[in-house]
Design a protein around this ligand. Structure first.
Ligand code: C2E
Ligand code: MG
Ligand code: MG
Ligand code: MG
Length: 291
């Protein structure tokens, strides 16, 4: 649906499309107002070191509390913000929030707490992204090595040389680059060949089937091996069950994220100084998005 605006062209004649497009325009107008009205919020989800169970850092995940619609998931509004360019302003705000929060947590925990921020293709293509990241780090005092920028292979749809240059410049600041949703696209291996990276995040869809499906297990084992050979850190996304946790442990996966360890929640709900939950106690539930 969001794709309709994604390339700045509307498919006008398909039945139902006009209404869908109209609704997106409304949502986009609301989004512009939302930024000013303070309806956007950053939630945080822990990343766990599977060797010792400790929280190594958090991923910043954007939330929109819409006054009428309730919680609008990022899958619905981030593509709109990307298409309209609003993602530049929103993304800067998320980066500032997240880096500031990591500075606070680092002080509280007495050890470095990492922060991962999702960067959209449009943000990465922006001329000012390197200066922006550099300025936000400088203003907060957070060491660059504690910031990871997550990108998807969607960035390959843009000028690859330019994207590679931007990523290299970001890495020269000392920031880490993670490939998000690894394995889901059409060009995962092309990404690894052409663009720099430090972290590989195995997409949730592979992790989900880890319990019973031998093929998924073989694929995840191969991705972990691939990461090892390329000297990349590996993070398994979307771990929900202790069975998946156990299989990942057996495969010597170093890091994981998922509801089993912690849901995305507002910053005050997290305390990195405390040991990470083992998953034995169910984490509090996020509010369910409105239908
Ligand atoms: P992502 O970066 O791959 O984030 C992981 C998504 O998986 C998040 O969805 C998270 O809530 C969800 N998740 C984590 N653990 C589990 C689990 O155990 N089970 C299940 N079923 N889901 C789990 P969310 O927060 O809805 O975000 C969706 C996507 O929206 C993100 O995928 C990211 O691509 C995008 N996004 C979120 N925040 C931002 C942002 O600040 N900027 C940009 N550009 N994109 C963002
Ligand atoms: Mg991500
Ligand atoms: Mg992901
Ligand atoms: Mg994703």
């Amino acid at each position: 649906r969001a794709k309709a605006l994604g390339k700045n062209r509307l498919v006008r004649y398909a039945p139902g499309m006009a209404e869908a497009a109209e609704e997106e325009v409304t949502l986009l107008q609301d989004l512009t107002a939302a930024v000013r009205a303070g309806q956007l919020e950053v939630y945080y989800q822990p990343t766990i070191d599977l060797a010792d169970g400790r929280t190594t850092g958090y991923e910043a995940l954007l939330r929109w509390q819409h006054p009428q619609r309730g919680l609008v998931p990022p899958a619905e509004f981030v593509p709109l913000a990307e298409a309209s360019g609003a993602i530049l302003e929103i993304g800067r705000w998320v980066l500032e929030q997240a880096v500031g929060q990591a500075t606070v947590w680092t002080a509280e925990a007495g050890r470095p707490i990492g922060i991962a921020v999702n960067l959209s293709p449009r943000q990465l293509a922006d001329d000012d992204v390197v200066a922006l990241v550099s300025a936000v780090l400088a203003a907060s005092g957070l060491p660059a090595a504690q910031l990871t920028l997550e990108v998807t292979e969607g960035v390959l749809l843009r000028d690859v040389d330019r994207v590679a240059g931007q990523l290299r410049a970001l890495r020269e600041l000392g920031v880490r680059i993670a490939i998000d949703d690894f394995g889901t696209g059409y060009a995962s291996l092309t990404y690894l060949r052409r663009l720099p990276a430090d972290v590989l995040k195995i997409d949730r869809s592979f992790v989900q089937d880890l319990g019973g499906d031998v093929r998924s297990r073989a694929l995840v084992a191969s991705m972990i091996e691939l990461a090892r050979n390329l000297r990349l850190e590996v993070v398994a996304e979307g771990v929900e069950t202790s069975e998946q946790h156990a299989v990942l442990g057996g495969l010597a996966c170093s890091h994981a994220q998922g509801y089993l360890f912690g849901r995305p929640l507002p910053a005050p709900a997290h305390d990195p100084a405390q040991p990470a939950p083992t998953g034995a106690v169910p984490a509090p539930r996020e509010p369910v998005p409105a239908p």
